[in-house]
Design a protein around this ligand. Sequence first.
Ligand code: ADP
Ligand code: MG
Length: 566
Amino acid sequence: MSIIEKDLHKALKTYFGFSKFKGLQEEVIKSILSGNHTFVIMPTGGGKSLCYQLPALMQEGTAIIVSPLIALMKNQVDAIRGVSKEDGIAHVLNSSLNKTEIKRVKQDIVDGVTKLLYVAPESLTKEENVEFLRSVKISFMAVDEAHCISEWGHDFRPEYRNLKHIIQRIGDDIPIIGLTATATPKVQEDILKNLAIPNAKTFKASFNRPNLYYEVRPKTKQVDADIIRFIKQNSGKSGIVYCLSRKRVEELAQTLQVNGIKAVPYHAGLDAKTRSKHQDMFLMEDIDVVVATIAFGMGIDKPDVRFVIHHDIPKSIESYYQETGRAGRDGGEGHCLAFYAYKDIEKLEKFMSGKPVAEQEIGQALLQEVVAYAETSISRRKFILHYFGEEFDNETGEGGDMDDNVRFPKKKHEAQDDVKLVLETVEATHEKYKAKDLVNVIVGKANALIKSHKTDELSVFGKGKDKEKSYWMALVRQVLVAGYLRKDIETYGVIKITKAGKNFIKHPESFMMTEDHVFDSTGDENIITSTKGGGAVADEVLMNMLKDLRKKNAKKLGVPPFVIFQ
Ligand code: ADP
Ligand code: MG
């Protein structure tokens, strides 16, 4: 070990009590200590904070840490103060401080006591703060959660956009450290560009989570029953079920409860007290399952979450990775199960309409990836890692057989001719139709629109009537994902043909179409269903319980009582 390495290990032990660096920490710290601009990409829980905390403590001057969340900053400051006798070693500078407190912070910085100064980007833009920071010694500037700078990230914050400008005003030769857990190549590029550190030394840890099992199941009307069945098969284990809307969270939590599962809801519409109570119940294992919107998760550190179920598919692979990443933190089993129906993608698309075109385009592209993930037949782990710019060989890689596609390969067949027919139909109908009407033409169903365009007189009309509509819809999606077709943003969903698509018509290539898994859902007597669904007739006592719950639910949420498994 060199002298520097010995010093580093000693400092690690003294300040944090750890005897070993985790992953790339040591290399990152050396890079920072050498004064390089440095870019760190590590999954959540990888130990990014220590990468800037340790060099800050070892160097002269104050390191400025930009972070988006006050709560996260406070935690970090408390932790750092815990390792030192000096209270002033770390401070937060934000708008909640009074004059005396601000004076104290500034004095500590001037005196060289403060090694880490945490600021939110808003506070950093304040003129008096910029002026002050210009006048003191700054060791480096770390931008934590740097993906907030990118519209392609899952948590864009406009205030992050100004950072480079401010950093330059504070001092134009300050080393800049960007850190993030979310690094698609696109976000990565955005971060380097916006922080203007194109030559930063980049350290990227693997995003592979070999202990997580990935699975996608078709989402049907029985989805609640499917979820209940899954949870019952995993009884006693901790899990999270993510839903898109607060209303759905409430409903599903109650459905689980009446089915004997210890579950609570969690979303931003609940008051702070209820939220923290439900979170504690989960951590203390008074309950097994939290049904939640994405509001649940940031900063939740329960190591033995055994499953993460998505009742609704999220709006990007990025979000899916983050949310499923909460399973199996302890390295033990973690089952990531997503329920997927293309209808949900269309719902997400609807949410985007009305937003600026650029934003819609990004949203569309991200959704396209989600569709591709859900409908792919390749290793899901390979797909996810590829999305993050990482090569993965599922024959040899760690966790290579941990997904449904690898364990239960999907059937495929040659669909070259069918693809050609789809593309020809798009051209023949002059790129005027959305997917549904295209398929109507292919199977030979004439509606008013098709009649008005006289599309029913074309030679492609009805040419694919030997196959189901659902087959053609699935094929159109796979052809979209393959890039032979694209959805027009301005006209909202009208299908256009791409250059590659035109080329395909002339020179058709092999196109292996994946057939959906068929999951046979065996009846389960333990699940309460409404008589409407034709399922088992529910026990009278439970039925009454349900009625009460529905009534309460209706009052509380202002929504009509819902019927389970309608
Ligand atoms: P990230 O910001 O990358 O999500 P954190 O900085 O919050 O990760 O660190 C995650 C956890 O790892 C923390 O509990 C931290 O104390 C721990 N940790 C960091 N470095 C080490 C290390 N060298 N040895 C052991 N634990 C570490
Ligand atoms: Mg962090």
